[in-house]
Design a protein around this ligand. Sequence first.
Ligand code: SF4
Length: 450
Amino acid sequence: MNSDWIPFAARAVPRYTSYPTAADFTGAVSESDAGAWAASVAPGKPLSVYLHIPFCETLCWYCGCATSVPNGYRRVGEYAARLKAEIDVWARALGPHGGIGHLHFGGGSPNALQADDFAALIEALRGSIGIRPGAEIAVELDPRTMHDGQVEAFAAAGVTRASLGVQTLAPAVQTAVNRIQPPDMVAGLVASLKAAGVAAINMDLMYGLPHQTTEDVVAAAQFAAEQGAARISVFGYAHLPWFAKHQKAIDEAALPDLIERLEQAGAAADALVAAGYLPIGLDHYARADDALAVAYREGRLRRNFQGYTDDPCETLIGMGATSISQFREGFVQNLKDRKAWSEAVAAGRLPVERGIAFTPDDRLRARAIERLMCDLAVDATEVCREMDAPESSLDDALDRARALQSAGLCTVSETRIDVPDAARLFLRTVAQCFDARTPAAPQQRHAKAV
Ligand code: SF4
């Protein structure tokens, strides 16, 4: 590990799953903007839809997601009914389009939904917006809280890909983060999914958790590979207790330090590459035959609010409280307060709280950031030409990138920036060179680079 990189690892940087980031959303963008943007989606083009299910049976102390413990099914069932109503509201707002090409259930734990409510949501989407033949229907699953018959019911409803939260297999770490999940439980779920015909399985792993060692991280990576996961993501734990209150239950003294975090991330990468996985972008690994690896090889990899994706859709409709939608014109975010979201939907309104309208400069910088995050390289001049901008428009970013060259985080040759494979973990740091909105000084609301 290059010791010059340690100060960069400690810096706070956005995740760049979007640009501008959610920190720049304001109430200046509202329901009327969302309605106008929805009405003008590209005719005949496929849409992506994200459904947020904000419920979990228990909270994992590391979690930064918008979720809660429902204590029984009543609140979950009411939420599902309201989500069905939101599908209708968006269906009425959307202009002519080509139906849903990618559908993603995230959370929270979407398996908090009973099988009939899950199937009803898919049917509602099929009936009012339309799901294209061959569409990917992906669902995030918590292996600890699957119910009898749920795998078969989800498969029958059309699920094609499942993402399993694994995080760590080490008992001491699982105890320290309030997530007890024996390996056999995960292996059993994988076997059930495959038997039901859901062959595409993703696994999420973590490093940087309390009491976690490099050996623990490598063991989890090897386990995920042995289970035949098509995609594996390895995320660093982001300790932001002022943002995610339950993280206060985590013993800060037991957290690995920066050097240990760098070692853990590097060891996971080595283990997965040794197991035959292709590194994708910052933190994903894919089997050579997986759609993400194919998209990467063909230069079609994208990055959106769900992370790296092969999804080419330019319109993403996020449904459920807190969800974010993306249009050609900008981003909108749904109301975060679940009661306010529910009341807005009940009144037949798009439940939008805030957002941002893109400027031409935002579009230009978003394109450069996305290419860099996906390809580990970007040519500023090519991006300017592609986006019809003056060729000097990204000179400020090139100057900032040159300042990172001496540390070895990137190379700049004329107008092209390359991030070496060894510095992959610092992609966000290099991407920040293109960010004209986020202050360079560390901010509490963003996680550390590594
Ligand atoms: S990590 Fe997953 S299962 Fe745990 S609280 Fe967060 S959303 Fe729920």
